[in-house]
Design a binder for this molecule. Structure first.
Ligand SMILES: [Zn+2]
Length: 170
């Protein structure tokens, strides 16, 4: 089993959607739309800067690790992910899908469903056994709460043999 690399990203506007996807894949991903890319990068040294701004990508702070995504249409999330995956040589074993809150980047942890009775829709509570909750914003996740589309994209972009972390409901 290969060692999973610890890869962190710092994502600038307008790549918020990409930031959410990177979190969904399990990467530590900072995204602060209000802060300029340079200031942002100074504050998060470990993150690899993803930007659509040529100036930011070429700035000293960004170093050679900055990936310029301004040739990718903002709407085409598949292409953005593919660009990042190719540039970073990401493989399926680098991913830890559905381990991080897509809203606030904090890790999510398993939680006893008995604690969640009033926090998820009844039919979800009744038909699922495994729930996780964000350690920071307390958003609740369960297998199937991620759309088929996320799984499809993961399968398409990364090695399809190693992404069985979550499945849809049986
Ligand atoms: Zn959260």
């Amino acid at each position: 089993m290969k060692q999973r690399r610890e890869i962190a990203f710092a994502v600038t506007q307008p790549l918020g959607r990409l930031a959410k996807w990177l979190r969904l894949l399990g990467f530590d991903t900072l995204y602060e739309p209000e802060v300029s890319a340079v200031v942002f990068k100074k504050r998060c040294q470990k993150g690899i800067l993803l930007t659509r701004s040529k100036r930011s990508a070429e700035s000293e702070e960004a170093s050679e690790e900055a990936l310029m995504l301004n040739y990718v249409e903002a709407d085409h999330i598949n292409q953005q992910l593919q660009t990042v995956a190719a540039a970073m040589s990401l493989k399926a074993f680098d991913l830890k899908p559905f381990s991080r809150c897509i809203r606030c980047n904090a890790p999510i942890e398993k939680v006893d469903k008995m604690h969640l009775k009033s926090m998820v829709p009844d039919h979800i509570w009744e038909t699922h056994e495994n729930f996780s909750r964000c350690t920071q914003c307390h958003r609740v996740y369960w297998p199937g709460s991620h759309t088929d589309r996320s799984r499809n994209i993961i399968q398409k972009i990364f090695n399809p043999h190693d992404t069985k972390t979550h499945r849809s409901t049986p």
